[in-house]
Design a protein around this ligand. Sequence first.
Ligand code: XMP
Length: 506
Amino acid sequence: MKHQTCLVVDFGGQYTQLIVRRVRELGVYSEMVPWMTAAARIQELDPQAVILSGGPSSVLDEGAPTLDFEVLEGKPVLGICYGLQLMSLRLGGRIEKAHDREYGRRQLGEVAKGSLLDGFAGEQVWMSHGDQVLETPPGFEVIAETESCPIAGIQQGNQFGVQFHPEVTHTPRGRELLKRFLFDHAGFVGDWTSASFIEESLERIRNEVGSGRVLCAVSGGVDSSVVAALLTKAIGDQVTCVFIDHGLLRKGEATQVIEQFTNHFHPNLVAIDAQEQFFGALKGVTDPEDKRKIIGAEFVRCFEAHADQLSDCDFLAQGTLYPDVIESGSPTSAKIKSHHNVGGLPDWMRMKVIEPLRWLFKDEVREVGRALGLPDEMVDREPFPGPGLGVRVLGEVTPERVHMVQDADAIFREMIASHGLRNGIWQSYAALLDVKTVGVMGDERTHQAPIVLRAVASEDAMTATAVPFPFEFLEAVANRIVNEVKGVNRVFYDYTSKPPATIEME
Ligand code: XMP
């Protein structure tokens, strides 16, 4: 069963992704398309409804983002902020060029009875605009006003526009507005769930792969695990999962990944123990960029060494998520993903790529994982960098130094869990510094390495803040680490936010 789509046209607004999220939270499948390619996409996809996003430009400026409104003919449309202004201008209304920007919380005054905003009088809404509508297009009625914005909402038939942002939490009843638009006026029923996503994906994978074979590299992380589970469910042993243990995972994690995979969805799993190879290649190397390059190159070598088991594959599965698709595909967005775990794949690995999660956000991937029966430990796993502890052991990466980090990290994370402090943590870890400090243990002077603990709260890893643990907790963790981890005589906690620091230390 194919689900109907609510297409969100992006005019460069800072909240456009949020509109997509809100719509999906209401059980309606939604995609975002940049305004330049929107008309073609609307014709191709024939979405059931279209939302026009906000944006930083003025519709009155030459070359401002626009849309051919003929493609919207007959479709339910909701214009938000810039979307409302564009809609008004295009359909024959008038726009007033701004002298000042209006930004912040406002209250709706009177609203029109029986309109999209019926019952919203006096509600708080979030404004962020310069220009505003001076005159509605012919046939449209004004359905809301605020003190400073006499035309804060318009409607005619199934076309609507609001000057404020219903997608942000500062508009407390914004979700209800979107729900009314989608369910009462656009005919959606809200039946897009993880279960229906899985059902559609299985069908799509089977159609695409046919009787071919798929290679799926797994790291133990959430995304690749969910891809592997989905593929295994769709095409069984036509998929070969490859797990490379480079020795740079957390304590006990390699065994755990293999056990979890085997117990939970019986994949065709090739587990490669490449610890010696990676440690050999990293011997004597201290520069962080060199370490990353070496780790990437060793991954490729591993694949090559196992070409006999893997080279009959026609497809390569990747755990690309929707934010990556948006970032790399949208000319309206400036962010570019810069992490590449595996560089320079050998020729035989240039297979057709399939990306079953390219429509999902991270939390949706987690839900799909749960719906596929993956255990919480797997689904809730923190993001972990591809080069693993290679970026958390500063200086030379030796098995001894990796073990120190693994032991300290295990103590830290176990204590976070046992003290009930996990909530709100994006990532938490221990790292080993490349210096020695003096200490005293028993009657002996020591000259050993310090461990740094880091825990951050973040939405998307682009920015992060340090988690404010109670002092007593950090003191207890430090005590245990110094007592139990051989070679460590001091523990620091990293209070720096990102920016200016990064999450990893390298
Ligand atoms: P930074 O350290 O740049 O990290 O603030 C942002 C997020 O990305 C993760 N990270 C990586 N992930 N390969 C990955 O797949 C990498 O090479 C890599 N380096 C950093 C990091 O853990 C954090 O979540």
